[in-house]
Design a protein around this ligand. Structure first.
Ligand SMILES: [Zn+2]
Length: 188
């Protein structure tokens, strides 16, 4: 029998690995870059001057106006007014899309090296986060669960994509970024 609390804690680990920056963008925050971090107007209190900060480095947020703070799970739970468990489930099963327009641009302008580098770096980081999160969540207790099986089935494709994206071969990078499985995984 699988201890329920063990499954739940690993689900939370997986969810915590999802990029808060992407999630915040997905949720419609008007983020502006400020040094290493991003600032937006706070959804939890009324304000004119943005004081809601997103910290990609620690994958967390804090509002310096009203004091709300937390991780990516807390953010989704509070914004959508759902439980942290429900938020974790959404995050673990639903990878927020990276910018689809960017990928179209790459297809149209294959010579646009800078765009390619940006989206490659973005997808690479995204896959690294997913890869680490899956490994953290792999335990004998989790192996039978649907969500764990879902992620384990994607491991070989993720490993291959990471190899391809870190190669110097631009055509191979484009091919990888256009790969159906990887696009689906990254929401492209
Ligand atoms: Zn606030």
């Amino acid at each position: 029998m699988i201890p329920q609390n063990r499954i739940t804690s690993n689900l939370f680990e997986l969810a915590k690995g999802v990029s808060i920056l992407q999630v915040a963008q997905e949720l419609g925050f008007d983020l502006k870059k400020q040094g290493q971090n991003y600032v937006a107007t706070c959804p939890f209190h009324t304000e004119k001057t943005p004081s809601f900060m997103v910290f990609p480095g620690t994958n967390s947020f804090k509002c310096f106006g009203c004091g709300e703070y937390g991780d990516v799970i807390t953010l989704v739970a509070k914004v959508k007014n759902i439980s942290p468990l429900q938020a974790a489930k959404e995050l673990a099963g639903d990878i927020p899309p990276v910018n689809a327009i960017q990928l179209t641009k790459i297809r149209q302008e294959r010579q646009a090296g800078q765009d390619l580098k940006e989206i490659r770096d973005h997808v690479y980081q995204r896959l690294c986060v997913i890869y680490r999160a899956i490994h953290l969540a792999v335990t004998p207790e989790n192996l039978g669960t649907d969500w764990m099986s879902y992620w384990i089935r994607r491991l070989p494709a993720i490993e291959e994509a990471l190899d391809n994206l870190s190669s110097e071969n631009v055509e191979l990078q484009i091919k990888t970024l256009s790969h159906g499985g990887i696009k689906k995984l990254c929401g492209l």
